[in-house]
Design a protein around this ligand. Structure first.
Ligand code: FAD
Length: 286
């Protein structure tokens, strides 16, 4: 039997906000690459009413602020747009790299960064990049706009700090000169692979010492997470093999992966330690 919940296509944000606050349980649909998989209700709660936001062009686009301090990406921006953006490639190459690993061309042409954020899968590939970059998520509703740090957005397994009447409008990335952000995804194949482990690492190399360290991970816990104990081990540590050894041993203990169809917990632990060690070694040059 075809499953066709009622669909409404608002022409502007205020129309979308009015519907989202009318109590009828509207679920936004952007690219539909996650929602259409859920629509039969076999995998999760199916949407009762669908709010098609694809035409809200004000939620598209990539821009760098006049002061050069922030890169903003609209929620409806697709992975193809992200990976082709000269601004992203210049200021946030790790995000372009992450976008290029998602699905394959069909998914990259349709899937959006806003959808990845709200779908809140622990395996969402852009999410560790947002965490490591200290990004902020901008939300809007009839009640106004607010901004939430990525570090506080994913609150439980597939749960977020977003209220049902809110749309994600976009993501703001602070641009910090001298800071390096790196990305690594481990999956079964180079394309069409949901990650076994995904990592983003950010740091500033300051006279042979690591500073402002962020280690963010996907697919190793119920939510995308920062490995704060490991960050603490690296913060202020000399860029030497002994620090990398200590950090790798710490992260293997700190994460809480599970066995599932894509990998085992033991493999996830082992590979997480190794990719962190390798990234640090490449930076340290020993
Ligand atoms: C074959 C295949 C391969 C895939 N491979 C990967 C992969 O490698 N890595 C990966 O991370 N993901 C992957 N995905 C998952 C998916 O493509 C991404 O999560 C994508 O970013 C979802 O974006 P979307 O625009 O299609 O979201 P949609 O399906 O439209 O929506 C997803 C969820 O977000 C909500 N939503 C969307 N936009 C907004 C908004 N602006 N405000 C509020 N709520 C919103 C919807 O209500 C829904 O709950 C894959 C999916 C498929 C089908």
């Amino acid at each position: 039997m075809p499953i066709e919940p009622p669909v409404s296509t608002p022409r502007d944000l205020s129309e979308a906000y009015a519907l989202l606050s009318d109590g009828a349980g509207w679920r936004p649909i952007a690219g539909g690459t996650d929602l259409m998989v859920q629509i039969t209700g076999e995998l999760s709660e199916p949407p009762e009413h669908v709010l098609d936001i694809w035409r809200l062009d004000q939620l598209r686009g990539i821009s760098v602020g006049h002061d050069g301090a922030t890169l903003t990406i609209g929620a409806l921006t697709t992975y193809t747009e992200i990976r082709r953006s000269s601004a992203v490639r210049e200021h946030l190459p790790a995000l372009a790299e992450a976008a290029a690993t998602i699905g394959a061309a069909q998914i990259q042409n349709r899937g959006t960064i806003g959808g990845n954020i709200v779908n809140a899968s622990p395996a969402g590939d852009t999410l560790p990049v947002l965490l490591a970059a200290d990004a902020a998520i901008v939300l809007g509703s009839a009640r106004g706009e607010r901004t939430i740090a990525a570090a506080g957005f994913w609150t439980g397994y597939r749960e977020t700090a977003r209220s049902a009447d809110e749309l994600v409008l976009g993501v703001e990335f602070p641009l910090q000169s001298g800071r390096t952000l790196r990305f690594r995804k481990v999956g079964t194949r180079r394309a069409q692979a949901i990650s076994k482990v995904v990592m983003a690492l950010a740091y500033r190399a300051d006279g042979g010492v690591w500073r402002d360290v962020r280690v963010a991970l996907g697919s190793v816990a119920a939510t995308p997470v920062r490995a704060r104990e490991t960050e603490g081990v690296l913060e202020g540590a000399a860029a030497r093999k002994s620090s990398a050894d200590h950090a790798a041993a710490t992260i293997v203990r700190e994460i809480t992966p599970i066995d599932d169809v894509r990998s085992t917990a033991a493999y996830r632990r082992a590979v997480t330690g190794r990719i962190l060690h390798r990234m640090l070694r490449e930076e340290g040059g020993w």
